[in-house]
Design a binder for this molecule. Structure first.
Ligand SMILES: [Zn+2]
Length: 264
């Protein structure tokens, strides 16, 4: 069976084991059903997910021009504390920025290899946690806009990491932690403006990923350097496909890559 299309990050569904879907223009593929099967990936050409031109992907699945121009690639996306829509100040497109920034945001703790602090729109929970490969996560505060979430993250980063160790995540080198206790410990470091938004009763969510076996060591597949790969799929975690030989493939990093996929 062969599928062909431009990769975008896998859609997910929280279930007993997370369900993963690759969505193509006319087709979709439930990746859980590919487990234990041989999958061949063949890189055909680039296609910007925004302008659809066959131009090299620069970042986030889009070409250089789109990355520099589109409002969804503004710096406030990865640095929420730079958000300015609440001041009525435009970065690239004020209407867009208002729609995204002026809605409930959550600051959370997620444990995927170590505890990290992160920010997301409330509507993105638990998707964001699944995409990070977090096996447990908890909300700390829920605030009315992205700016307040951003300054909270900056304050908590003084005490916690904001990075995931993806090697530990993919080799399952991790431990369960008491996130309620860590949330309580972090309360004292919240900025004064967000103290009233503290979630004193939030509970830990545990997430189970469809992984049959973890590799002892892993290496990353980069289709730009190696346009063909074939292996037996052993698991899916975060946005990674994990293969029997220890190869791991970050689907999200390959947004905008037009590929054909063959199952056997
Ligand atoms: Zn483009």
């Amino acid at each position: 069976m062969t599928y062909q299309g431009v990769l975008t990050k896998m859609k997910t569904e929280l279930a007993e084991n997370v369900q993963y879907y690759l969505i193509f223009e006319e087709d979709f593929l439930n990746m859980n059903q590919v487990l234990d099967k041989k999958l061949a990936i063949n890189f055909l050409n680039y296609e910007c997910t925004a302008c659809k031109k066959k131009k090299k992907v620069f970042a986030n699945g889009v070409c250089y021009n789109c990355f520099m121009e589109l409002p969804q690639n503004g710096e406030w996306v990865i640095r929420p504390e730079l958000s300015k829509a609440h001041l009525d100040t435009e970065d690239r497109d004020l209407e867009f920025e208002k729609a995204v920034q002026l809605q409930p945001h959550v600051v959370y703790l997620a444990n995927s290899s170590n505890v990290k602090v992160g920010v997301t729109r409330k509507s993105e929970i638990p998707t964001r946690w699944i995409d990070q490969g977090a096996h447990e996560a908890i909300e700390i505060v829920e605030v009315p806009n992205r700016y307040l979430a951003g300054i909270t993250e900056v304050a908590l980063k003084e005490h916690l990491s904001d990075k995931t160790n993806w090697r530990s995540m993919l080799t399952n080198d991790l431990k369960d932690l008491d996130l309620v206790a860590i949330r309580e410990e972090m309360r004292q470091y919240l900025p004064a403006e967000v103290a009233d938004y503290y979630l004193a009763n939030s509970r830990e969510l545990e997430i189970k990923f469809p992984v049959l076996s973890y590799p002892a060591k892993c290496k990353t597949l980069n289709l730009a350097k190696m346009p063909f790969y074939e292996g037996v799929l052993k698991g899916i975690k975060g946005q990674y496909l994990i293969f029997e030989d220890g190869m791991v493939f970050n689907v999200r990093k390959h947004e905008g890559f037009n590929v054909s996929l063959s199952l056997s």
